[in-house]
Design a protein around this ligand. Structure first.
Ligand code: BGC
Length: 631
């Protein structure tokens, strides 16, 4: 059952308004509503403003500029033929200005309220900036830690994934689509994207209907039940049919079975990509296939813009079929009050982002997300009376790694780092710091320029060696060492799949060198996916998985390290022992030789098949006793 209606009944006033508007729109304008055009200046093609003036636009994306939103909206309203406002859309994945832990971390809280509150604040800030619609939540089940986008979802489990999906929809959208402090949500990527062959981003997906229905579809159905306004189709082929033009997914399952009545947008360039994927001869056939399959809006490829009119002219499509696609877009614009309030108050954003409760909520969410993986001899929590602590590692003072992957366009990182958080707990002068060698991707991230990368020049081997020795010497001089290691922000997310799950670069070598000194060592991990840290798991007494914890991440880490907060997070994904161990997940069907049978304990002859840390694992500073359990 939908808990929130996204479309009124056939005779509702909204329906009548939509029909009246459609009746006076030209075909060109209708096609304009089916287009999501890029507001980014680097994109080829006619400037966005020209298209808006000529035919309006359903939506615009990749623009994050409050003043420009108002300027373009004015063109749409005052100069386009029917004056239909634009829906401004942006990826607001885990915060707009106040950055929350990445979704995989939020799922580690196992508390839907944490995710709901985080996305409610993200929505409030984004809306104050002039954004109406976010491309989230990403609710792809992911069971392969090599897949970079595992960071954007809730992990491997359909039940937890469904709870987190519904919570994020509630957080983004609130109870009423007309609420000016919320944004429309978008359930993505429909469907099966997380099962990409080999964990390689965009690779084809082959899933039986049973796997889809039992594992990959439930979070999407939960999003529909929570009233999600929009869906995004996935990039890849699902069982040899691209999700962008997959009629079974978009019409049979989503609309007919589940009763979804919002609209569906493709993933970026998805309609045009049907040609590259070999499913359409040209743009015209691509547009026809996607529209017939039930895809309402073409994100950025301009394939609908360039071809739908011809398709109507040559009789391949009827105007009724176009109207069917436009209707839910206009309906949502009416329902969210966009016609009444198309502009944003340009003074609002500064007031909204300054609210101290946003930072406070980010700190709490980060505390709740962290997972204590090891605590031998109760090394943690640490005493605040320590006077000589070294904080070591390439991520210890990295704002980008602390905030994590996928920031909104133009965002300036402003996180409290772990180094700053630890310093704030101890007396002045008690903390020394050395980063050690930098870590880098072997192939740079194609979005590097959009502030995903650290943007540092590559370190020379000599400088890396010197940094290594400096880190060792700094650790040597301390009584206790906190190592902050893991992945840079550009090492997880889109275009960020990996073959290995090891600590990148020379981090493990540095960890071993510091461990060899015989001092107490705490390892804090900042990363967007499970890592295979088998050596650390056996040798480093205290390990805290802090994920990519957001703006207040360093404070939250220090709160946990020094006992001001109790770590209570549990893993939403298994930690494999190495990359070739993936995909790995707990909910496997039994074989005829179960792992617990005495004879056949291992399916690999060179390593155990059990995870390094299983789904649901997570320690605490409290001990629990649950007596007299019976099944
Ligand atoms: C991603 C989507 C994202 C879209 C718009 C695509 O490359 O797959 O998740 O929402 O870009 O930025």
């Amino acid at each position: 059952m939908n808990t929130m209606k996204t479309t009124d009944t056939a005779v509702s006033p909204t329906h009548m308004k939509v029909d009246a508007l459609l009746a006076k729109m030209s075909l060109e304008e209708k096609i304009g509503q089916l287009a999501q055009i890029s507001g980014a200046e680097f994109m080829p093609g006619p400037p966005a403003e020209e298209t808006v003036r000529k035919m309006g636009a359903g939506s615009m994306l990749w623009l994050n500029n409050t003043q420009r939103f108002n300027e373009l909206q004015k063109v749409a309203i005052e100069e386009s033929p029917s004056g239909i406002p634009i829906l401004f859309a942006l990826d607001v994945i885990h915060g707009y200005r106040t950055i929350f832990p990445v979704p995989l971390a939020l799922a580690s809280s196992w508390d839907p309220n944490v995710a709901e509150q985080a996305q409610a604040i993200a929505a409030k800030e984004a809306r104050a900036a002039g954004i109406h619609w976010t491309f989230g939540p990403m609710i792809d089940i992911a069971r392969d830690a090599r897949w970079g986008r595992i960071v954007e979802g809730a992990g491997e489990d359909p039940y937890l994934g469904s709870a987190m999906a519904a919570a994020q929809v509630r957080g983004f959208q609130g109870d009423d689509l007309a609420d000016p402090e919320h944004v429309l949500a978008c359930a993505k990527h429909f469907a099966g994207y997380g099962a990409a062959d080999g964990g390689r981003d965009y690779d084809p997906v082959f899933l039986s209907e049973a796997q889809l229905r039992n594992v990959y579809l439930p979070p999407f159905q939960a999003a529909v039940d929570a009233g999600v306004a929009t869906f995004m189709s996935a990039y890849m082929d699902l069982n040899n049919v691209p999700a962008t033009s997959n009629r079974w997914l978009l019409r049979d399952v989503l609309r007919e079975e589940w009763g979804f009545d919002g609209f569906i947008v493709s993933d970026a360039f998805g309609v045009g990509n049907l040609v590259i994927q070999g499913h359409a001869r040209d743009g015209q056939e691509a547009a026809l296939r996607a529209l017939k399959a039930g895809l309402n809006m073409d994100m950025a490829s301009s394939t609908y813009l360039g071809n739908l009119a011809n398709l109507v002219q040559d009789g391949s499509l009827t105007v009724d079929e176009i109207d069917e696609m436009v209707r839910p877009i206009l309906t949502l614009k009416f329902q969210m009050g966009l016609f009444e309030n198309p502009y944003v108050d340009e003074t609002l954003l500064d007031q909204v982002v300054a609210r101290p409760e946003h930072r406070q909520a980010a700190r709490l969410a980060a505390q709740r997300s962290m997972v204590l993986l090891r605590n031998e001899g109760n090394l943690l929590p640490l005493a605040k009376t320590l006077t000589n602590v070294a904080v070591i590692g390439p991520l210890a003072d990295s704002m980008q790694a602390t905030e994590g992957s996928w920031m909104v366009f133009g965002h300036q990182p402003a996180a409290v780092t772990v180094l700053q958080g630890v310093r704030a707990k101890l007396a002045d002068g008690a903390v020394s710091y050395a980063p050690g060698p930098d870590i880098n991707r072997d192939f740079p991230h194609p979005f590097g320029e959009f502030n995903l990368s650290e943007r540092k020049p590559l370190q020379s081997p000599e400088d890396a060696e010197a940094a290594f020795h400096m880190a060792v010497a700094t650790a040597q001089a301390a009584d206790l060492v906190i190592m902050v290691m893991g992945e840079n922000a550009d090492m997880a997310g889109e275009f960020a799949s990996r073959g290995s799950l090891n600590l990148p670069g020379r981090q493990e070598e540095l960890l071993k060198a510091v461990h060899a000194m015989g001092k107490p060592v705490v390892l804090v991990l900042l990363n967007g996916r499970p890592l295979s840290i088998s050596w650390a798991a056996a040798n480093i007494p205290a390990i805290l998985e802090a994920w990519e914890p957001g703006s207040e991440g360093g404070n939250a880490v220090a709160d946990i390290l020094f006992g001001d907060a109790n770590p209570g997070g549990k893993l939403p994904v298994c930690f494999p022992r190495h990359g070739s161990h993936a995909p790995l997940y707990y909910a496997r069907t039994l074989t005829h030789q179960p792992e617990h049978s005495p004879m056949y304990r291992s399916r690999y002859w060179d390593s155990p098949t059990t995870p390094l840390y299983p789904f649901g694992f997570g320690l605490s500073y409290t001990t629990f006793a649950i007596p007299d359990l019976q099944l």
